[in-house]
Unconditional design. Structure first.
Length: 190
């Protein structure tokens, strides 16, 4: 069964027609490691639901890559600003490993909302949840020290620690790789 049909079916019964529309509108695709889904300067036209794999979101600031998010299984990757406002993206989305995704094309999504208005409320609820999580994450990022950010990441998303290169983890928590090495050594000693 298509992952989005499965998720929607958990919330509400779907007709066979609705299931088929979802399957046809949002194809499942596989992307190789290092495939770009979005580049800086492009206008986002789709969102992605990760079935398997990892997407890294980053920006280039002062010539340096700054990792801003990792999206893994059962998470959605979307550049809301670019998608909603049809403006060029400041972010890159790249597959950190071979990745299987449901591709949610924005235009097809709008067509489904017109045809099946109840879908819009389901999607809005999911979007509100994602934005709330992002807002909480930003607040914590601002208030926590680097070591606390690392410990939080280790506690909440331990799979990333071994799955993602350490220089990307360091970038994500806002420090240099050398600082991350020192933090890890200190934590091992304690």
């Amino acid at each position: 069964m298509h992952i989005l049909v499965e998720l929607m079916s958990e919330l509400t019964p779907l007709s066979e027609e609705e299931k088929l529309e979802i399957e046809q509108s949002f194809p499942i695709r596989e992307f190789e490691k290092d495939s770009f889904l979005l580049r800086e300067g492009q206008v986002a036209r789709a969102a992605y639901y990760v079935i398997e794999g990892c997407i890294r979101e980053y920006e280039i600031i002062d010539g340096e890559e700054k990792t801003t998010a990792f999206y893994t299984e059962k998470q959605s990757a979307v550049n809301f600003n670019s998608l909603a406002n049809k403006v060029p993206s400041r972010k890159f989305f790249v597959c950190n490993e071979s990745t299987r995704l449901a591709v949610l094309d924005s235009e097809k999504e709008q067509e489904l909302y017109k045809k099946y208005p109840r879908f819009e409320s389901f999607c809005r609820t999911g979007m509100e949840k994602m934005l709330g999580e992002k807002q909480a994450q930003l607040g914590e990022y601002i208030s926590l020290k680097p070591e606390q950010r690392y410990l939080k990441l280790q506690a909440e998303r331990p799979e990333l620690i071994n799955r993602v290169p350490q220089y990307q983890i360091a970038s994500y928590i806002g420090i240099k790789p050398e600082t991350l090495s020192r933090i890890r050594k200190r934590l091992v000693k304690n």
